[in-house]
Design a protein around this ligand. Structure first.
Ligand SMILES: [Zn+2]
Ligand SMILES: [Zn+2]
Ligand SMILES: [Zn+2]
Length: 310
């Protein structure tokens, strides 16, 4: 933490850069475009407002078994088997999750749950990563609000690190313990109710990052009760609208963490909300050490004040 290097929120990257839409190509995610196959379609009164389609340019595809082959002493490879879905979050091209009502946000979480559960049944797949990238700086290539669900035949590094953290923790569940401790201290809690705790983690590596934890202990997102998923959808909406209130329309990433499929390891599903307002410089990349100029206590205080003005 380097709070003395703190900048005012206005010093951060001002607004998210929209993805430039090609005027000659209609948006592939807007209503009326023909997407095949449609894997899931959810909405009220016979109209979809959330739908899931196969990614046309998948990062993972096919179902070749995970076999590592060695092409030489240092050339190790494995097939990128798996599934890559796109989750279209809304019909409206320019809406944000921050603007959605609770029912709509709950339908997004239902879509994530159903697809993740479906992927978990496919033999050979071990882990599913759901993300939302919003804004060019956050890696979005299409402006229309959408998320992605990538399921792969291995456990990636970040998930393995988190699993190791749960395994190392001397106690019951790491995140249940975090919620208990933060409930008591209060100063890093941005918002909480009887289903979700939203906080700026003690170990925040970047300004204004948030962790959204369901109170009900469950290792898999797709094992969560519908009420908890709905509460999480609404918490994401609250988190994003508090960020927008505090920092303006910034780019951000959402990362949904759920335990690997068919595991008995200890875990507790959760969602990371990370605004893209700082960049990693040479020191961060070279050393892996993150310098955060906004300590989580100050970030939580700033974000909490948005609720007073809502
Ligand atoms: Zn669109
Ligand atoms: Zn737990
Ligand atoms: Zn995580």
């Amino acid at each position: 933490m380097a709070g003395e290097r703190a900048q005012r929120p206005s010093d951060f990257l001002p607004r998210r850069l929209p993805v430039e839409d090609d005027p000659l190509r209609p948006c592939p995610f807007c209503p009326g475009s023909h997407l095949e196959p449609v894997l899931e379609c959810i909405g009220p009164d016979g109209e979809w407002d959330v739908r899931v389609v196969a990614n046309l340019y998948p990062a993972f595809s096919g179902n070749e078994p995970m076999v590592v082959s060695h092409l030489g002493p240092v050339f190790t490879q494995a097939p990128a088997s798996g599934v890559h879905d796109v989750i279209i979050l809304a019909r409206d091209h320019s809406v944000s999750w921050a603007d959605l009502d609770g029912d709509h946000a709950a339908r997004i979480m239902t879509a994530v749950k159903q697809r993740m559960a479906e992927h978990s049944l496919q033999p050979g797949l071990r882990y599913s990563q759901a993300v939302v990238n919003s804004g060019r700086e956050a890696g979005a290539s299409i402006e229309h609000p959408h998320g992605q669900l990538l399921s792969m035949p291995f456990i990636p590094g970040e998930a393995a690190n988190e699993l190791a953290g749960f395994a190392r923790f001397q106690g019951n569940c790491l995140l249940c313990a975090v919620m208990d401790a933060e409930d008591e201290e209060r100063h890093r809690v941005v918002y909480s109710d009887d289903r979700v705790v939203m906080l700026c983690p003690f170990w925040s590596g970047t300004p204004y990052e948030m962790l959204l934890i369901p109170r009900a202990h469950e290792i898999h997102l797709y094992g969560a009760a519908d009420e908890d998923l709905a509460a999480m959808g609404r918490s994401v909406q609250l988190a994003l609208s508090s960020l927008r209130w505090r920092l303006g329309d910034v780019a951000y990433n959402l990362m949904f963490h759920s335990a690997p499929f068919r595991t008995t390891a200890d875990f507790h599903w959760h969602v990371h909300v990370v605004p893209k307002i700082s960049t990693r410089g040479g020191f961060e990349m070279g050393s892996g050490v993150l310098i955060n100029v906004v300590p989580p206590e100050r970030a939580a205080d700033d974000l909490r004040s948005s609720f007073a003005h809502a």
